[in-house]
Design a protein around this ligand. Sequence first.
Ligand code: NAD
Length: 492
Amino acid sequence: MQEKIEALRNRVIAPQALFIDGAFREAESGATLDVVSPIDGRRLTTIADAGAADVERAVKAARAAFEKGRWAKAAPAERKKVLLRIAELIEKHALELAVLGVRDNGTEIAMALKAEPGSAAGSFRYYAEAIDKVYGEIAPTAGDILGLVHREPVGVVGAIVPWNFPLMIGAWKIAPALAAGNSVVLKPAEAASLSLLRLAELCAEAGLPEGVFNVVTGRGAVTGEAMGLHPDIDVLVFTGSGPVGRRLLEYSARSNLKRVYLELGGKSPNVVFADAPDLDRAAKVSAYGIFRNSGQVCVAGSRLLVERSIAGEFSEKVAGIAAAMKVGDPLLLTTEAGAVSSEAQLAKDLGFAEQALCEGARLRTGGRRILAETGGFYMEPTVFDVTPGMTLAREEVFGPILSIIPFDGEEEALRIANGTDYGLASAVWTSNLSRAHRMVRGIRAGVVHVNTYGGADNTVPLGGVGQSGNGHDKSLHALEKYLDLKTAWIQL
Ligand code: NAD
């Protein structure tokens, strides 16, 4: 496998255009953005820098395709065939897609292979198989009148996605939206557009009609804003940061009141009680639960809450595992944590570490940039002891930094766990079944793990509460975002 990866490592990537109405097209202004690889800081290629006129073109193509109905009105069983072909093509090109993505965003290849093409193909397959099993309803009305509830595609879906796991998170949105019969305009993050542009090609090869799936690359504040404000996008689905999520809600209010679904950040608590079944395993899973993909995982367990009686010993175990992790070249199969996605993100991560020291946090391991001689963006897995009031205990870093906070008893554990504005993921480690259930009920989050971390499956919804967002990706629940209910009253 490593040999095959090496064969793709330096493959030349042509300048990338926008994918609109079934073909690649330059941005109307001709503007481009450089794509820099976090592996070595070198320029990989360019992407088109779409402006409002390009977004207009993409939305028009999407609307026209929707109205034409070749996709929207096709029998679900017909859509299923195309979606299954897309899944097959993703699988056929899995290595190419994974390497392309890693060169773009720096995720370690072992994880990228599983999470990116693996999960993306799984999403297309899941919604392909689901969509011809979704029925409307007959309401239990009086005998002389019939109430029918139809489920209809919403129309044009705008999707804005982040740079960590672009293919996987993109597919979580594209696959159910297409399965439901919608047209889609997707905007990838500036730092990770390449694999999604390749996906657009594969969708066309699979037989998806022109205009049904469009990709516009460019800057958030320009391309993304034009999508947010566009009057003909019916539903906007987003994964990314809280501040951008807020803007999208404003754009919606200022334009056509499009529905906006937000999957935002987290500061997920991972709560370890002294009676955890296997403290060595808990330490290992906890360390990997934050440091894989250099902490650039929305559900990363970035706050480790440890019962005080074991806090010293357990924290040392976790710090030891962190210090021993293999950080470096993301294209080596043996690498356990790859690069930070960009120079700006690396500076942000290092800034958080510096601020933690200024606020009096105790550094157990890490804290520095490494492998600078490669030109790439790498940081040591970093572990701090913090107190609940410190910045590192409250704000999302989205980098390889773990904050450890000791606690006494369940009540305090819950108070600290619920003491941020976020509510995405969490975990509890205990052998006490009643306590596990109490904690599952008490933690304010969309996901609670018990004696594990990072569970992922297309059959299970993923979403947050509080300022971690609304709506869910994955599972049959995700379809609800892409289908409108219509009631028909029929007098008999
Ligand atoms: P980001 O919010 O900076 O960018 C996300 C997307 O929004 C990008 O495509 C970007 O170009 C676009 N954007 C930026 N400004 C915009 C604007 N003014 N208008 C419209 N679009 C705009 O986030 P990021 O740095 O790419 O990703 C990291 C964040 O994503 C973290 O907060 C992380 O927790 C979150 N995330 C959440 C989940 C989840 O499922 N909840 C999953 C992955 C990542």
